[in-house]
Structure formats: structure tokens, C-alpha cells
Design a protein around this ligand. Structure first.
Ligand code: AP5
Ligand code: MG
Length: 206
């Protein structure tokens, strides 16, 4: 059983690495950002409510996210475990999570602040499979699955700086929170994608 959390600022590479790690362990990749974007695309009440926060670069209220994840981790595909990408993001979310699930390991992906903006502004996403690309390394407008890539609405520079502030204020304290529980492993995210993956697997197997 692997019940993992990926912590890290916007653009750290959580989603990029989560796809590989979830596939390797045969566990569910739970990206709360992807779940909220699916709700927005579907035009649901939850999606519309979330959009007003996401477009401003603010966090969606805790009660919404907690209910969403509590239900999601009970799904059949979580029987072998799960990888939480983008949750918890506040101490209240971490406390709630502890009340409904055990956690085995927390990987903190650390990237210098200056690199994050360039990573996020050059990102292109696949709506079909959730894969992220960067314009500096991927010239095509197509995903490997054939879908046309798009740029997230919240990946514009002015929104990104608000997301980075929300991270510093609300989410960075979780580094100490999980360190105090003895669950935290920190990995340097300012290396090539393959090297970051290697370090994450080493931390998880160590
Ligand atoms: P979410 O979708 O989770 O966004 P985020 O946390 O801001 O993180 P990102 O997805 O931007 O970055 P990432 O770390 O996944 O990086 P990626 O792998 O794509 O959340 C969006 C919004 O939803 C939030 O702002 C909030 O409003 C709401 N929300 C979600 N969860 C919530 C919660 N729990 N509570 C409240 N609100 C919530 O990589 C980024 C780019 O860098 C890509 O282009 C990639 O190709 C490139 N890259 C990756 N790794 C490397 C590398 N090693 N070297 C070079 N380039 C790299
Ligand atoms: Mg992501």
C-alpha cells in the first residue's frame, strides 16, 4: 500500500512526476487541480464556484476540497493506494486528511522561486490525459495521445504571482507539519525531469 502526497509550489513538477510514480506503483493519481478543471469544463455548480477562485489565483475553500478528496480516496482504483497531487494545501486540509486516511510518505519537490514563473508560463496541457509539456522542449501543438494542447487560464503571469503567494502563506507551512510527523522527504526539482524522477524513486525506496 502506498499512500503518497506530493508537496511543492505551482510549477514545481508535481503533475509531471506524479504521472510516472502513480503508474509505477499502480496507484491512483489524484490531482485536485485536474479534478476542479474537469468540473469547470463540465459546467457543474462546483466547477462554476471553483472557477471564481482559480481565475484569481486563490485557493478554493477547504470544505469543498476536503469533501471531494474524502470521497475520491474511497474509489475502487485507490485499493492499492493513491498519490495526492495538490492536496492538502492548508493545515485544515491536512488535519482533515489525517482523520480519514493514513499517509505513508510525503515528497516535497523544492524549486527556486525564480524558475517557477518561466515553467508555468511556458506550460501547455492536454485536457484528455492531463499531461504537461513545456514550449521550450515541445514544439508541436499536439499531445502524444493526439489531443490539441491548451494553456491553462490561470497560467498568466499576474495570476501566477498570486498563486505563488497563496503557496507561501497557506501551503509552505505543511513542510514543517509533515516533517514533524517524520514523513517528509525533500527532492530537488531544479534538475532534468528524468533525474528528479530518479531522486523521487530513491527517496520512496529508501
Ligand atoms: P493545481 O492544478 O494543483 O496547480 P498548482 O499547484 O499551481 O501546480 P501546477 O499544476 O501549476 O504545477 P505542477 O507542480 O503540477 O507542475 P507541472 O508538472 O505541471 O491547482 C490549480 C488551482 O486549483 C489552484 O490555484 C487552486 O485555486 C485550486 N486548487 C487545487 N487544489 C486545491 C486545494 N487542495 N485547495 C484549494 N484549492 C485548490 O510542471 C510545470 C511546467 O514545468 C510544465 O511545463 C512542465 O513541462 C515543466 N517541468 C516539470 N518538471 C520540469 C523539470 N524538472 N525541468 C524543466 N521543466 C519541468
Ligand atoms: Mg499540476
Amino acid at each position: 500500500m502506498e499512500r503518497l502526497i506530493f508537496l511543492g509550489p505551482p510549477g514545481a513538477g508535481k503533475g509531471t512526476q506524479a504521472v510516472k510514480v502513480a503508474e509505477h506503483f499502480g496507484i491512483a493519481h489524484i490531482s485536485t487541480g485536474d479534478m476542479l478543471r474537469a468540473e469547470m469544463r463540465g459546467g457543474t455548480a462546483l466547477g462554476m464556484a471553483a472557477k471564481s477562485y482559480i481565475d484569481k489565483g486563490e485557493l478554493v475553500p477547504d470544505n469543498v476540497l476536503i469533501a471531494m478528496v474524502r470521497e475520491r480516496v474511497q474509489a475502487a482504483d485507490c485499493a492499492n493506494g493513491f498519490l495526492l497531487d495538490g492536496f492538502p494545501r492548508t493545515t485544515a486540509q491536512a488535519d482533515a486528511l489525517a482523520s480519514f486516511s493514513e499517509i505513508d510518505r510525503v515528497i516535497n519537490i523544492e524549486v527556486p522561486f525564480e524558475l517557477l514563473l518561466a515553467r508555468i508560463c511556458g506550460r501547455r496541457m492536454c485536457a484528455a490525459c492531463g499531461k504537461a509539456y513545456h514550449t521550450s522542449t515541445h514544439e508541436s501543438e499536439l499531445c502524444s495521445c493526439g489531443e490539441t494542447l491548451y494553456q491553462r487560464d490561470d497560467d498568466r503571469a499576474e495570476t501566477v504571482s498570486r498563486r505563488l503567494r497563496a503557496y507561501e502563506t497557506n501551503t509552505a507551512p505543511l513542510i514543517d507539519y509533515y516533517s514533524a510527523c517524520g514523513l517528509l522527504e525533500t527532492v530537488r526539482g531544479d534538475q532534468g525531469i528524468a533525474k528528479v524522477a530518479e531522486d523521487i524513486f530513491a527517496a520512496l525506496n529508501g
